[in-house]
Design a protein around this ligand. Sequence first.
Ligand code: FAD
Length: 295
Amino acid sequence: WAKPLFADVAGDIQVSFEFFPPKTEKMEQTLWESIETLEPLQPRFVSVTYGAGGSTRERTHNTVARIARETSLAPAAHLTCVEASRAEIDDVARAYWQAGVRHIVALRGDPPNGGSVFYPHPDGYSNAAELVAGLRKIAPFEISVAAYPECHPDSSSKAADLDNLKAKIDAGADRAITNFFLSADVFLRFRDDVAAAGLDCEIVPGILPVSNVAQTRKMAAFCGVAIPAWMDRLFEGLDNLPAARQLVAATVAAELCGQLYSGGVRNFHFYTLNRAELAYAICHLLGLRPKGPSA
Ligand code: FAD
């Protein structure tokens, strides 16, 4: 009979985890518990998002700096071009370098206040490719950028989207991390398209374990991600059963990762939403085990 999806995993994967800067003391505690839980898995890096229009600048900086100070983890700071001049962004980047942060996730960002068109700041970077080039002049950062397996909504075509990714890599980015997607085929096709376009760069799938379809649907509509019909059916009737929803979320995300693993993928980036359990369980299923003194 057919082998289970995870029968042949060898633990030969590398992972990274994404967090957002906490707003309250309670959220801060949850975040740090999650970081402690995930640290023994020795991720390549952990990244911290940057709120729209720089709204989390302080909190992002504090979270990243604390990770650098108090853990063995390599932090990556997200940075966007929204509503800031080049000089302001360059100052933020220099402060990161001085705080020992060596990795930036360089992004354009979304239009502020739910707007639909992005207008660059008059003295600002107008897109992520320009930001990457700017960062390269400041310090030898490791730089990750965003990629979109289902095409960014602002792109006129798939080819234009790939051209934009190429511009970011040519400007000096080291890897691309993808937006979330809900079917392995979507990522594997995108990986093929990237290779066919002659782009030789690491593309890391961004994995979002979905435990709330309504919330995910809103996000998906905003960034052009398709939600398969079966997803709604899987979560039917679970609105008041959060633990059951978590189990379904883990099963669906684990199967997605198992299929990616079967397709040769060995690097995974998890959108943790500051909770460790789902990402930890999936890493475990993929064969990853704690390492180091705290294991
Ligand atoms: P870019 O790569 O600059 O491109 C965006 C779009 O504009 C593309 O469609 C491109 O084709 C088009 N474009 C670029 N340059 C030009 C040009 N010169 N002329 C015409 N069209 C052009 N957002 C946040 O606010 N904070 C975060 O922390 C954050 N983290 C993220 C992490 C990941 C892994 C991902 C995938 C996304 C993240 N985002 C974040 C969301 C991101 O900011 C948005 O998707 C944003 O709309 C695009 O950012 P980008 O860096 O991909 O932009």
